[in-house]
Write a protein that binds this ligand. Structure first.
Ligand code: NOJ
Length: 553
């Protein structure tokens, strides 16, 4: 960690203002050439992230897994899946990132394991009521012979949330709970043995030198006592973001777990941090995840879900700063990740598209790619000027759109299978990155293999093509990150400005920020000098769907 600045002063820890780049390992860079990205691939491309100017990387899971949910089904929390390399490859990657001043956050998946985890295999063989079963949520079924599931809960990926097992004597027996795929049984977090195991897993990775954890499903680990029936509204987002009082989301009991983990991380040097993935109905509730003795950050999904609308954006920014500020935490800002339609497509959607549904060949009303890209560039220009920590998702720095035309036979998201193709799921945002316009698999590897097909038109988004173009999205991201760093936008506060109903405008020190979400250009003050603009423009008016950072004489 020699080159990483150690900050001791409370209030200035790195995670409060960091720009954190999400790597989805299977789609980032593939050194082995098998069509699936890997850890040596990441190491080989770290220089490009250094040049981009990010402070940290977060890696989606690379631990041992049968890959039923792209690694979010972990069979061994203390090892690397051979698909991605070895623990030695991980250490090499970690050291190489640290040597470049880039921190490393790994994904922790504590809500559920894979059904191939040794504990679950033991539970299947053990008797009802045994300590092995008590690590998961096994219950007797309803009905005369236990043939009905214990309650009516529906899995996030479609279908029921319970699966019946065959007991050792060959007869149908108890049911186990799985919020996600049937291959992802939920742990019982009221069991102290589960808690102790995860303390040990945290230490395993902390001892190796990771800087923090992104905590998967941080709002789902505790279920309401008695597991009462619950029917979500028809238009509910799959992760439960819009609903209050759901018996498997946002239960108060989760906070004790995070307080425990907070204390554990505090034993280590270097401001190690926890970032929760918690989809909750309000920012007020989300802020409870980052009270001073709990997690350090939580994703601001309220911001991510906000449509391209000036009044709504002003509101969500104001509320975020108020609610997170009230508990002494920074807000995070995020526009894309591996679970949502990429924002270069999402911001031009003309139809409702609940989170997790995805877009595919048969989705009506395909968004206009030029409008989507303009809005995405403007949205990022706005986001990177906000105080707090910002998350970027691999490929957004290239302006990548959602891959909307993936043929059915290539689809891999469990959502697609569990809904019999009714919901496309998330494959469209997970397609391997284009690095070189004229290379096999666009330079993702040397063999041309790719676990999801890359759209042929991605030539224009390839990193080497964008590196050669000063007007590219990559050039914009580099400029934004450099100016953000120079002006310290990650910390401090903002002063709102009024530039009209269809704008979002505020001041950060000497720099003014203005995004135009209306339908006509917006004039800049006569003495304005533009520092960065999401779109090149002539004259003194900010075009529609553009955002600028400027100073006044
Ligand atoms: C949230 C992850 O981001 C998503 O990709 C995964 O499918 C679920 N949690 C289950 O782990």
């Amino acid at each position: 960690m020699a080159q990483l600045e150690q900050i001791a002063a409370p209030g200035s820890e790195w995670w409060r203002s960091a720009v954190i780049y999400q790597i989805y390992p299977r789609s980032f860079a593939d050194a082995s050439g098998d069509g699936i990205g890997d850890l040596p691939g990441i190491t080989s491309r770290l220089d490009s992230l250094k040049e981009l100017g990010v402070d940290a990387i977060w890696l989606s899971p690379f631990m041992t897994s049968p890959q039923k949910d792209a690694g979010y089904d972990v069979a061994d929390y203390r090892d690397v899946d051979p698909l991605f390399g070895t623990l030695a490859d991980f250490d090499i990657m970690l050291n190489a990132a640290h040597a470049r001043g880039i921190r490393v956050v790994v994904d922790l998946v504590p809500n559920h394991s894979s059904d191939q985890h040794v504990w679950f295999q033991q539970a299947l063989k053990a008797a009802p009521g045994s300590p092995e079963r008590a690590r998961y949520i096994f219950r007797d079924g309803k009905g005369e012979n236990g043939e009905l599931p214990p309650n009516n809960w529906e899995s996030v990926f479609g279908g029921g949330m319970w699966e019946r097992v065959i007991e050792a004597d060959g007869t149908p027996g108890q049911w186990y709970l799985h919020i996600f795929d049937v291959s992802q049984p939920d742990f019982d977090w009221t069991n102290e043995e589960v808690r102790e195991e995860f303390r040990s897993i945290l230490r395993f990775w902390l001892d190796r030198g990771v800087d923090g954890f992104r905590v998967d499903v941080a709002h789902g680990m505790i279920k309401k006592d008695g597991l009462p029936d619950y029917t979500p509204p028809a238009d509910a987002d799959s992760m439960g973001g819009g609903e209050d009082d759901v018996p498997y989301w946002g239960q108060d009991g989760v906070h004790d777990i995070y307080r425990d983990w907070h204390r554990l991380l505090a034993e280590y040097d270097g401001d190690r941090a926890l970032c929760g993935e918690a989809w909750l109905p309000t920012l007020k509730k989300t802020a409870l995840w980052v009270r001073p003795d709990e997690m350090h950050q939580t994703f601001n999904f309220g911001y991510l879900m906000t449509p391209w609308d000036a009044a709504e954006l002003r509101d969500v920014i104001r509320n975020s700063l108020d609610e997170f500020g009230a508990v002494g935490a920074p807000s995070t800002w995020v526009l894309s990740n591996h679970d949502v339609v990429r924002h270069a497509t999402r911001l031009a959607l003309t139809i409702d598209n609940p989170q997790g549904d995805g877009i595919g060949p048969k989705t009506p009303g395909k968004p206009d790619p030029a409008i989507g890209l303009a809005r995405a560039r403007a949205a990022t220009t706005l986001m990177l000027a906000l105080p707090g920590s910002a998350y970027l998702y691999q490929g957004e720095e290239l302006g990548l759109p959602e891959a909307m035309e993936i043929p059915d036979e290539f689809r891999q998201d469990p959502t697609w299978f569990r809904t019999n193709g009714e919901r496309y799921g998330r494959d469209g945002c997970r397609v391997p990155l284009p690095w070189e316009a004229d290379a096999p698999a666009f330079g993702f590897n040397e063999t041309g293999l790719s676990w999801l097909p890359q759209p042929t038109e991605w030539t224009t988004y390839a990193r080497d093509a964008e590196e050669a173009d000063p007007t590219s999205t990559l050039a914009l991201y580099k400029e934004l990150l450099a100016v953000r760093r120079e002006h310290g936008f990650g910390s401090g506060s903002l002063v709102w400005e009024d530039a009209g109903d269809d704008t979002v405008a505020f001041q950060r020190g000497a720099v003014h920020v203005l995004a135009n979400l209306g339908s006509t250009p917006v004039a800049l003050p006569a003495d304005a000098t533009v520092l960065v603009s999401s779109q090149p423009f002539e004259g003194a008016s900010v075009p529609v769907d553009a955002a600028v950072w400027y100073v006044k004489a």
